[in-house]
Design a protein. Structure first.
Length: 123
């Protein structure tokens, strides 16, 4: 890991851990984690609970559920990328492009700490 300084790696680790914490908080607001399957299930919003269903509310609930599903998907993908980067860090492989094996430019990692590939390979 001679490519990056220990200070750079510590800063990146802190950024990744902070991002992981934020994503988990965001997920907990819109989804529930199923320990058995290891997946996040979007929460279905319920308007006017206990009252007869209003067609307008039903349409809004369906729209909000689709929005939650998309957001949960995006967040879980980001969470997986972050955890993968943290695992690479533990193994001394952080910053190596998954495609070509070259070091990823530090500027790219500062912008996107979980970057799995260099700019050349991601283009």
């Amino acid at each position: 890991m001679a490519q990056y300084t220990p200070q750079f790696l510590e800063a990146q680790k802190a950024r990744l851990l902070e991002a992981e914490k934020k994503i988990l908080a965001d997920l907990r607001e819109i989804a529930v984690y199923d320990e058995e399957t290891g997946t996040w299930t979007p929460l279905s919003p319920e308007y006017d609970e206990g009252y007869p269903e209003d067609p307008a509310d039903a349409a809004e609930e369906a729209t909000d559920l689709r929005s939650n599903e998309a957001r949960v998907n995006d967040l879980t993908v980001s969470l997986e990328e972050i955890r993968k980067a943290l695992q690479k860090m533990e193994r001394g492989k952080y910053g190596l492009c998954e495609n070509c094996g070259e070091y990823i430019d530090a500027r790219r990692l500062r912008a996107y700490p979980a970057a799995p590939s260099c700019l050349k390979c991601s283009a």
